[in-house]
Design a binder for this molecule. Structure first.
Ligand code: PEP
Ligand code: MG
Length: 911
């Protein structure tokens, strides 16, 4: 082969295949065929009744997105597959006397709002509509199908405002004095088709295309283009889905749910996506097509009612649901259509579920023998666990119930009523909590749904847009609350005699579907009660969820390698952390011990201009500090406690410069100056820094304020000695903040060792106090090999490290420009929330290696906020840290994710 071949030619030489028949793919090909395509292929190969069709790959989409044109091979490949499909079906696309009709559906690897809506009935035209009428023996059906095509195609492919079609349809119903679309007859629909075509012509500036292949090709192109709609881009950023995956396109031969009362369409879940219980869950709509069932245009019936309507199809569907669950070993959701008594499967996928259901289903499947514990651990995640730890409404509270809808996505949400997404966004930006109330939501509401606390709709079932999207986001949602009359134009809703205006507070319970007027108080979740030890997994009153969480946590604890510690500064937090499973304290920030009534002593320390005065102030602080540590060591007896010496700049302990200046000026004008205030003001001016985060703080402070760090070390050492004398097992570790060079550490270390030796001598207690440092400056990370000479442990301070690596002020940037950065996709998530693996993470990784090269038994941890972030925990596992440390409330999440990370890497090692 020639070396310098044009890469484009090389690609076509390799015979890239852009189209796969449903019989050719399988569920493992999601990257190439998208989720929908891969699962259609899987169902086809399982022998389930899937209408024949084919899938255009994501590769074709990628080429289109990169070059603005479909790959040259695509047209021929599509033709070949279309030919084969036509042969199989015995009719040609759009054939005048008996047309083959197809649907064109988008389908990326991950299901994504904002992608192009399905276009059904492609192949219908002025000619073939009569052929379809004749073949089906149903004029009404044929014209209804044609009007749907023009409506869907006009809106999604030709960019015509969908409202225009809706209005025309409403007008047709009003003219006929009927309320539902099924009451329109063939003649009405025929007129509507004429009207719709006119709308297309006026709005799009061209006729509705009559050539069936042109219809299909335009629809395919629109699917490709929909990858980059604003909504899809926003969703990808939110969900951290890469922007370059592209979407596949599924072309599927049509089956019709709108052929009369023995036809219909529905959605089903193999288990309840809210509770996980097995049963018959779903909605069915007779004589309907496509999105009708989720769009809430007519009221659906419960899937269980299908047994009465069409027992044969119902039984077959139950059978198929069982096959799918056993095959996918998970909850599946399904779209199906019944065409004159014949059941067809249009889609399946592993279904979205609530956080509680995820835990329940994972353990249910273990009990059924379908999956093992390692797999169960992969079926849940820390974000879901965090959600389960949210409080719930207090059942004993006095409430005013407004109504009840469907419990679509659990949680307890309280906020001001708003009736449109724009207001939801505006109000939430100004700090208000809002509940978005709509008759039903559509993809345009996505931004508002993100901004609000919870979503309430008056129409639609468990599978409505609001419900599905809210569940995906983990947002509280009550839908289909039919008693509520929502008037979005007048920004109010009415229930009986009560009117809820925009701005009135409402509370919604996504676990029961109840809607309340006013603020309902909340109580802790049972999962928190369990972690607190106030509820036992085996007890009679423990619910199934607590049992499931208990089992999965036990498994995570068994397999995880990372230890989990807490960031805690007082005994109360330490005890709670312990109950939550903390294996020590990874960060005790001592600055919190310098506030409150002790602030005055700190002031005296700062103002001291002679050694004696300073020493006096330190002497006053010493016993107080010691008492803090005794309590902390007692609470964490037997477990390590890392105490960090004072970190923030001193001015933080002094009064606000403006307030103090005003006080001094006023006193001066009254000729009644206070000497102390004057000295304070001078000190505040002296210590004022333009960039205090980069100024006199951390170890620098310890080096320039004589006696400060040694007082703290003495307090730690004396507290440890006291605990030992009381037969305790204190395991204190002393941590120096903001070290940039080993020399700083060496000086502090020498002084500390001297103090510890003194305490050992005076108390007669041998103390083993580890001395280590935070790695939170790039220079520290870059010289970790040297720093490890003087440190027995490193704790990565990824908050400061992120701040200094990026040059971002951690106090300012999130509010100032992060929103713009997130919107522009510069990062998918704030680097203060999830560790920036490529930048900050690289420094961590290299420092781990360098530190261990110097000192193989160097203990390594992280105590920045990232220690409790699920994705970051996986990273810290991978780079080989010994522990993560996070706030007490996040400890269960960190334990779970540490278990998941360990079990994931064990799986990928193939050991
Ligand atoms: C850090 O910088 O990551 C850290 C834990 O310290 P602090 O947040 O107190 O600066
Ligand atoms: Mg820090």
């Amino acid at each position: 082969m020639s070396e310098n071949k044009d890469p484009h030619v090389a690609q076509s030489d390799a015979a890239v295949k852009f189209v796969y028949d449903f019989t050719e793919g399988n569920r493992d090909l999601k990257d190439l065929l998208g989720g929908k395509g891969a699962n259609l292929a899987e169902m086809t190969n399982l022998g389930l009744p899937v209408p024949p069709g084919f899938t255009i790959t994501t590769e074709a989409c990628k080429t289109y997105l990169a070059s603005g044109e479909e790959p040259v091979e695509l047209r021929d490949e599509v033709s070949a597959h279309l030919d084969a499909l036509e042969q199989k079906m015995g009719k040609k696309l759009g054939q005048a006397n008996d047309p083959l009709l197809v649907s064109v559906r988008s389908g990326a690897k991950f299901s994504m709002p904002g992608m192009m809506d399905t276009v059904l009935n492609i192949g219908l035209s002025d000619k073939s509509v009569t052929g379809l009428a004749k073949q089906s023996g149903d004029d009404r059906f044929a014209w209804d199908s044609y009007r749907r095509l023009i409506q869907m195609f006009g809106k999604t492919v030709m960019d015509v405002d969908g409202e225009l079609f809706e209005d025309a349809l409403e007008a047709a119903k009003a003219a006929k004095k009927v309320t539902v679309d099924t009451d329109l007859e063939a003649a009405d629909l025929k007129k509507l088709v004429t009207k719709f075509k006119k709308i297309v012509k006026t709005e799009a500036g061209r006729d509705f295309p009559q050539d069936p292949r042109e219809q299909m090709d335009l629809a395919i192109r629109s699917v490709f283009e929909s990858w980059n709609t604003d909504r899809a881009k926003l969703y990808r950023r939110q969900e951290r889905i890469p922007g370059d995956l592209g979407t596949a396109v599924n072309i599927c031969s049509m089956v019709f749910g709108n052929l009369g009362p023995d036809s219909g369409t529905g959605v089903a879940f193999t288990r309840d996506p809210a509770s996980g219980h097995q049963g018959v869950y779903g909605d069915y709509l007779t004589n309907a097509q496509g999105e009708d069932v989720v769009a809430g245009i007519r009221n659906t019936v419960a899937l269980a009612d299908l047994e009465q309507i069409d027992k044969k199809s119902y039984d077959q569907l139950m059978q198929i649901m069982e096959t799918l669950e056993t095959h996918y070993k998970d909850l599946c959701d399904i779209e199906f259509t019944i065409e004159r008594g014949q059941l067809w499967m249009l889609q399946t996928r592993v279904g979205k579920r609530t956080a509680g259901a995820a835990f329940r289903i994972a353990t249910q499947l273990v009990d059924q023998g379908l999956i093992d514990e390692a797999e169960a651990l992969q079926r849940v995640n820390g974000a879901q666990l965090a959600q389960l730890m949210f409080p719930r409404f207090d059942e004993d509270a006095k409430v005013t119930q407004l109504g009840r809808g469907i419990a679509a996505s659990p949680g307890a949400a309280v906020g001001k009523a708003v009736f449109d997404s724009y207001t939801a966004i505006k109000w939430s930006r100004s700090g208000e909590k809002v509940i978005l109330i709509r008759r039903e939501t559509n993809p345009d509401d996505l931004d508002g749904m993100i901004a609000c606390e919870g979503i309430l709709t008056s129409r639609g079932g468990k599978t409505s847009h609001a419900a599905v999207v809210a569940r995906g986001m983990g947002k509280t949602c009550v839908c289909g609350a039919e008693d509520l009359e929502v008037d979005t134009k007048r920004r109010r809703m009415t229930v009986g005699g009560t009117v809820v205006e925009e701005g009135d507070v409402v509370s919604i319970d996504g676990s029961t579907g109840k809607v309340y007027l006013g603020e309902v108080p909340v109580v802790p979740s049972p999962v928190v009660e369990y972690f607190e030890g106030r509820m036992h997994a085996g007890a009679d009153d423990a619910d199934e969820l607590v049992g499931a969480v208990h089992r999965i946590m036990a498994y995570a604890d068994r397999v995880r390698r990372l230890r989990v510690r807490a960031n805690a500064d007082n005994a109360e937090d330490a005890l709670r952390a312990r109950r939550f499973g903390a294996q020590g304290i990874g960060l005790c920030r001592t600055e919190h011990m310098f506030l409150g009534e002790r602030r005055e002593m700190v002031e005296r320390l700062i103002l001291a201009d002679a050694d004696e005065a300073r020493e006096e102030a330190l002497k006053e602080l010493l016993p107080l500090q010691k008492r803090d540590f005794v309590e902390l060591f007692e609470a964490m007896d037997g477990l390590p406690v890392t105490v960090r010496l004072l970190d923030p700049p001193l001015h933080e302990f002094l009064p606000d410069i403006t307030e103090l200046s005003v006080r001094v000026a006023l006193a001066e004008s009254r000729k009644d100056s206070n000497e102390n205030d004057l000295r304070l003001l001078q000190a505040v001016h002296r210590l004022h820094e333009q960039n205090p985060m980069l100024g006199l703080r951390g170890v620098r402070l310890g080096l320039v304020i004589p006696g400060l760090f040694t007082m703290q070390v003495r307090a730690i050492a004396e507290a440890a000695a006291e605990r030992k004398n009381a037969k305790g097992d204190p395991r204190a570790e002393i941590m120096i903040p903001l070290v940039g060079t080993v020399q700083e550490l060496e000086i502090v270390r020498e002084e500390a060792e001297q103090v510890i030796a003194e305490v050992e001598a005076t108390t007669g207690v041998a103390l083993k106090l580890a001395l280590g440092t935070m790695i939170e400056l790039p220079r520290a990370a870059l010289t970790a090999d040297q720093i490890a000479e003087a440190a027995e442990f490193f704790s990565f301070g990824t908050n400061d490290l992120t701040q200094t690596v990026w040059g971002f002020s951690r106090d300012d940037v999130e509010a100032s420009f992060f929103t713009a950065y997130l919107e522009k996709g510069i990062f998918g998530v704030s680097p203060f929330e999830t560790i920036d693996k490529d930048g900050v993470g690289k420094l961590v990784k290299d420092a781990v290696k360098a530190g261990r090269a110097t000192r193989p038994d160097l203990k390594l941890g992280v105590c920045g906020e990232h220690g409790g972030d699920p994705e970051s925990v996986h990273f810290f596992h991978e780079v080989g840290l010994d522990y993560v440390s996070c706030s007490p409330f996040r400890i269960p999440v960190a334990r779970l994710e540490a278990g998941r990370a360990a079990s994931e890497s064990a799986g990928s090692d193939h050991r």
